[in-house]
Ligand binder design. Sequence first.
Ligand code: ADP
Length: 215
Amino acid sequence: MNILMLGAPGSGKGSQAELIENDYGLLQISTGELLRKAVSEKSAEGIRADVYISKGELVPDELVLKLLTERLNDPDCNKGVILDGFPRNVFQAELLDGILEKYRKKIDIVFNIESPFEILKERLLARRMCAKCGKGYNMISNPPKSVYCECGGEIIRRSDDNEATIKNRLDVYLISTKPLINYYEKKEVLVNIDGNRKIPEIYQDVKVTIKKKGY
Ligand code: ADP
């Protein structure tokens, strides 16, 4: 089974992908995380990507595609993947169709997680993460117990979770990514999920859908 997570920044698609990964033995692939890793390693791709990420723009398609195909070539992807953050525009969706065809695979379910933009902005401003293990926190809904994570790592704010960049990321979502709802609706794989609820409630719907689809 292969799953795709659609949703605006802050919609909680990463949190749901993590839960699916644990329960269904699929592999979560987040292009945002692949890019942030490249940035922290200061690779040639990372240095290029950093300029776009810090402005809240999409990183050039060819750069994201390179990181993604490298990752998809790893044998642990054979058990099925949850794509989180890719595709982000129609061109990337068409590229993905080509890749899947080559590997004789398909996307079985696309979860589209929706929430009002005001809520998304609030969530992104309150979002924090552990610099060491990557665990996510939220200063409103899930605050850390101290300035350090349980693993001992420092709790930080993602550099693109600031007001100006958030605004741009939401605009980019509306212009480039939202058309994908229609793209996958036409392929009859889209499932809309109300994301304006607590994480476990949303996940309940996700699990019911996966079961209904026979997995
Ligand atoms: P969010 O969904 O909260 O914006 P991500 O971690 O998915 O966070 O992405 C962070 C940033 O990484 C994006 O704003 C963008 O600059 C870049 N990025 C991630 N995935 C892609 C992609 N598929 N194509 C282009 N840029 C991407």
